[in-house]
Design a protein around this ligand. Sequence first.
Ligand SMILES: Nc1ncnc2c1ncn2[C@@H]1O[C@H](COP(=O)(O)OP(=O)(O)OP(=O)(O)O)[C@@H](O)[C@H]1O
Ligand SMILES: O=C(O)C1=C[C@@H](O)[C@@H](O)[C@H](O)C1
Length: 299
Amino acid sequence: MDVKLAQRLQISTAWTDSEKFVREHPTSSLRFAWRLKGKQKFPAFVSAYFLPARNKNRHRSVSLEVLCSYKNSPASVMESGSSHASCDEYLILKNKSQEVEPYINGRCIYLVGMMGSGKTTVGKILSQVLGYSFCDCDTLVEEEVDGTPVAEIFKLYGEGFFRNKETEALQKLSMMHRLVVSTGGGAVVRPINWKYMQNGVSVWLDVPLEALAQRIAAVGTNSRPLLHNDSGNEYTKVFRRLSTLLEERGECYANANVRISLENIAMKQGYRDVSSITPTAIVIEALEQIEDFLARGGH
Ligand SMILES: Nc1ncnc2c1ncn2[C@@H]1O[C@H](COP(=O)(O)OP(=O)(O)OP(=O)(O)O)[C@@H](O)[C@H]1O
Ligand SMILES: O=C(O)C1=C[C@@H](O)[C@@H](O)[C@H](O)C1
C-alpha cells in the first residue's frame, strides 16, 4: 500500500469520525468513501475498511482501496491493500504535532544519541509530521569533503579533521529554521557544538546498550569507523566499544534539553524490552517532552 496515500488519509477528518465509530461499535467494520480533490487530474474515490480486530501490538488494521473513474466509465480499482500501521499511533502523532507546533515555533530540533540510537529513523518521521526538513549532519560533512564517506574521512584525514568539519556543519545549521537535524553520535563531546545547538531544542535518544549493539551488529560496522579494529564476534565487539564510548560521553548526552528513554517508554507501554517500541511511539514521546520543556519556559 502506498504509504503517502495512507498518510493523506490519516489526516482527513473522516478518519477521526471513523475512530469514534470504532470506539462505539468495536465489533463491526466500517466503510467510508470520499472524493479526492485538488491536484488529482481525475476523480478518485477512496474507501477504507476498518477491521475490528487488533493485533498483538494493539494496532487496528485498515484496508484501503482507491477507486478511479473517468467521466462515465465504470470505476476500477487503482490500488488496494491493507495497512497494519497503528491508526491509534498515527492519530496521536498528528494531534500531538499540531499541539506542539505553536510552542516549537519554527525552532530546529537536534537529535543527539549514540550510533544506532535511531536519530535518522526518528528524525525523518518527526520532520514529516512537523512539516520540517530533515538534515543528517554526517551527510553534510561528507558533502563538504567531496562526497567522501565518514569512514573514509576518518581513515584519510583523522578524527580531528572530521570533528572540525562537524562543528562547521553545526555552525551553518544554527542559522536555519524548521529543521530536524540528526547529529553525529560524537557531536556532543565539543562544548562549542552545544552553543550552535542552543537556539533549537536538543533531544537525546537514550537507548540501552544491548539494543544499540544488536541493531548495529545486524547491519555491520563498515560505516562506523569508531567501531572498527576490535576482535570477537560482531555483537560482542560492538557492545564492548559502545560501552566505552558511552562511559566517556554519558554526561555529554545528558546536556540535552529533553531525554527520551526507551526503557521508560517500554515500562509505560508494558513491554519487557525496548525492541517492541516503534519509531512512531518514540516520536510521540519526543513531541510530548518537547512541549513540556517549552511550556515550562525552556528558551
Ligand atoms: N525503534 C527502533 N526499533 C528497532 N530498530 C530501530 C529503531 N530505530 C532505528 N532502528 C534501526 O537501528 C539502526 C540504526 O538506526 P538509525 O540509522 O536511525 O540510527 P542513527 O542514530 O541515525 O545511527 P548513526 O548515528 O550511526 O547513523 C537501523 O538499522 C534502524 O532500522
Ligand atoms: O559516535 C561517533 O563518534 C560517530 C558517530 C557517527 O554518526 C559519525 O559521526 C562518526 O562515525 C562518529
